[in-house]
Each structure stands twice: as C-alpha cells, then as structure tokens.
Ligand binder design. Sequence first.
Ligand SMILES: Cc1cc2nc3c(=O)[nH]c(=O)nc-3n(C[C@H](O)[C@H](O)[C@H](O)COP(=O)(O)O)c2cc1C
Length: 180
Amino acid sequence: MIIEAIFSTLNREGSPNFAPMGVVWGEERVTVRPFRQTQTYENLVASGYGVVSLTDNVRAFVQCGLYHVVLPHFTASQVPGVVYQEACAWRELQVISQAGDEQRAEVHCRVVEKGRRRDFLGFCRARSAVLEAAILATRLNLYDADWIAAMLDHYETIVEKTGDENERLAFQEIRAFIRR
Ligand SMILES: Cc1cc2nc3c(=O)[nH]c(=O)nc-3n(C[C@H](O)[C@H](O)[C@H](O)COP(=O)(O)O)c2cc1C
C-alpha cells in the first residue's frame, strides 16, 4: 500500500528539504519512489538517510510540494535528518539499495527508528481532495487543461462541504499555484 507522507532529507550543507512522497509502507522497510530530478532523490542518495513523517495536516503537502517551504521541524534521534513538527508518527530511514528506471528511482530503506506524537484523525474527504488536487498541480503537463479545471471544481466542492479553514487555505494555495 502506498501512503502519502512528508519526506525530509538533508542537502549537502545540512539544511533540511521537505517534499510530499508516496511511500510503500512497512514496519521494517520503507520504499520511496522519487523522480530523479527531485531534490529529495539527490539528497537521499548523497546522504543515505531520510525521514518519513505521517501527518493529517494536508496544508503541509501544499506548502512543501508546491512552494518548497521548509516546514517546522525537530532533529531526528538516530539518523542525520529532521522530523516534521506536526507529524503524528514518523520513521527514520537508512538507504539500503536502489533500483528504478530512467525517470523514477526506487529507493529501499531500512527503518532505524520509529516515533509517535499524537493520534491520526480519521478520514476526511476535504483532506483527500486537497491531496488529489496537490498531486494534480505537480503534474500539470500530463493532463488536458479542461480536465484539470473540471477536477479542481469537483475537489473544491468537497473541500467547501467537508473541510475546515486549513483545508480551504490549502486549496486556495493550490489554485494560486496553478494560475501562475
Ligand atoms: C501527495 C503527493 C505525493 C507525491 N508523491 C511523489 C512521489 O512519490 N515521487 C515524486 O518524485 N514526487 C512526488 N510528488 C511530487 C513532489 O512532492 C514534488 O515534485 C516536489 O516539488 C519535489 O520536491 P523536491 O524537489 O524538493 O524533492 C508528490 C506530490 C504530492 C502532493
């Protein structure tokens, strides 16, 4: 199963980078599939370490995925890296091998440490809609403009009906990104 998470790595100077990544979840192993042009891929392979944070704050996905915001964080305990401050739970990872194709890597990691801060609230349609819209915004070149516009209207209705202020703000940020 693929779980959408906030993935953090350190760049060569030691400063943190955050990006949403879908990871293949496991208790002992986690696999991440970054495109080769991402900073995440470069950092992960250069440093050999990463941290995967699970959160219900979907605005964080928009902020780091579309606007490259360095999210609030604290230092990981067993690997060189950082944990997203609003993580419900996290895994500290060490790279063990990599595969993949020309475009997309498949990086297999060993779970070195596990942490937990708070409960993960149940499913919320508005949060799922924000995630889907954010993924769409990172893949604009793959889809037809009319289809994107229709999907965004559909997601926005769900956000308006079932979300809170945080989800509405996240959705506005996605709209602003796409307009640009
Ligand atoms: C929910 C979600 C899941 C994503 N999953 C992946 C993924 O598995 N692999 C990937 O390369 N990009 C994925 N992306 C897109 C990256 O997060 C995005 O391209 C980001 O800007 C990469 O940042 P970086 O260059 O700092 O690593 C995802 C985006 C979202 C919103």
